[in-house]
Design a protein around this ligand. Structure first.
Ligand SMILES: Nc1ncnc2c1ncn2[C@@H]1O[C@H](COP(=O)(O)OP(=O)(O)OP(=O)(O)O)[C@@H](O)[C@H]1O
Ligand SMILES: O=P(O)(O)OC[C@H]1O[C@H](OP(=O)(O)OP(=O)(O)O)[C@H](O)[C@@H]1O
Length: 233
C-alpha cells in the first residue's frame, strides 16, 4: 500500500494542476479566498445534485477535486493533487513530510480541546492512563504524553460528544468553535490543546518543479497579507 502510494508521480496528468478542497464547512469560507487568488470553479460545482468529484475551473490548466478534509492532505502529500486547503488540525494529525503549509488563510477558526461530562468531576484528574474518544489519535496521544499520561484512543469519525454519556470513553478530544455542541451534549471543555485555522498546503516536490504552484502560493500569500493589513487598519 505504502509503496503503491509513494510511487505516485508528482507530475500532473496532462500538465493540469489539481487543487483539492474539503467538501464541508471550510468550503464556503475558502471559495472567496480562492477566487481572489484566481481559482474559480466552473458551473456545476455548486449544484448539490451533481455527483462529480472533479470540476473544471476558469483556468484551463487547473481542476478542482472536492474530497473529505483528511483526504485533502493525503492527495496532496502523495502528489495526486499539487495544492489544496485544509485545517491545521488535519496537517498536525498526519505530519506528512511531503506536505508544506506555507500560508495561514485565517479562515476555519476553531480549537482542539479535551472535554468530559459536566458532572464527571473526577474524570481521571491524576490518572497515568486514560481512554479518549477522538478523530485525532495522534494529536491526542502527543498531548497527553507531554503530561506523562498514556492515552488509549478510541477512533471515531464524528459525533465524539456521544462517547462519555454512553460509556465509550470518559473524555473526548474534538474541535470546538462556539461550544454549542459540547453544551447541548452535557460536556465541558477541560483543556485547550491547540488553536486551528485553515492553511494552503502544497506538495513539496510540485512546489520545486512547477512554477505555477509557486505562483499560486504567492497569490494566496499576497491576499492573506492584504486581509491582515486591512484588519489592522
Ligand atoms: N466547529 C467548527 N468551526 C470552525 N471550523 C471547524 C469546525 N469544525 C471543523 N472545522 C474545520 O473544518 C474542517 C473540516 O472541514 P470540512 O467540514 O470542510 O471537511 P469535511 O470533509 O466535511 O469533514 P469530514 O471528513 O468530517 O466530513 C476541520 O478539519 C477543521 O479544520
Ligand atoms: O463548538 P461548535 O460550534 O458547536 O462546533 C463543534 C462541532 O463542529 C464539528 O463538527 P461538525 O459540525 O463539522 O460535524 P462532524 O461531527 O460530522 O465532524 C466538531 O466536531 C464539533 O462537533
Amino acid at each position: 500500500m505504502t509503496s503503491e502510494l509513494s510511487s505516485t508521480s508528482n507530475a500532473p496528468a496532462n500538465g493540469s494542476l489539481t487543487f483539492a478542497v474539503p467538501k464541508g464547512r471550510i468550503l464556503d469560507e475558502a471559495l472567496p479566498v480562492m477566487a481572489r487568488a484566481g481559482v474559480v470553479p466552473e458551473d456545476g460545482f455548486h449544484d448539490k445534485a451533481n455527483r462529480s468529484l472533479s470540476f473544471a475551473t476558469t483556468r484551463g490548466d487547473m481542476r478542482l477535486i472536492r474530497v473529505r478534509a483528511f483526504d485533502v492532505a493525503t492527495f496532496v502529500a502523495h502528489g495526486a493533487a499539487q495544492i489544496g486547503i485544509v485545517g491545521s488540525d488535519v496537517i498536525e494529525e498526519f505530519d506528512y513530510a511531503d506536505l508544506y503549509a506555507p500560508v495561514d488563510l485565517d479562515i476555519g477558526h476553531c480549537r482542539l480541546s479535551v472535554a468530559r461530562l459536566a458532572d464527571d468531576t473526577d474524570a481521571h484528574e491524576h490518572a497515568s492512563h486514560l481512554r479518549v474518544a477522538t478523530k485525532y489519535p495522534s494529536l491526542t496521544r502527543r498531548h497527553f504524553e507531554a503530561q506523562g499520561i498514556q492515552a488509549e484512543c478510541v477512533k471515531l469519525n464524528g459525533a465524539m460528544e456521544l462517547a462519555p454519556s454512553l460509556g465509550l470513553a470518559r473524555q473526548i478530544v474534538d474541535l470546538v468553535s462556539t461550544g454549542t455542541t459540547l453544551k447541548q451534549n452535557g460536556l465541558v471543555e477541560t483543556q485547550r490543546i491547540v488553536d486551528i485555522t485553515a492553511r494552503l498546503i502544497v506538495n513539496r516536490a510540485a512546489l520545486k518543479t512547477d512554477p505555477r504552484v509557486a505562483d499560486l502560493v504567492a497569490a494566496f500569500r499576497a491576499d492573506a497579507e492584504t486581509r491582515a493589513r486591512d484588519q489592522a487598519a
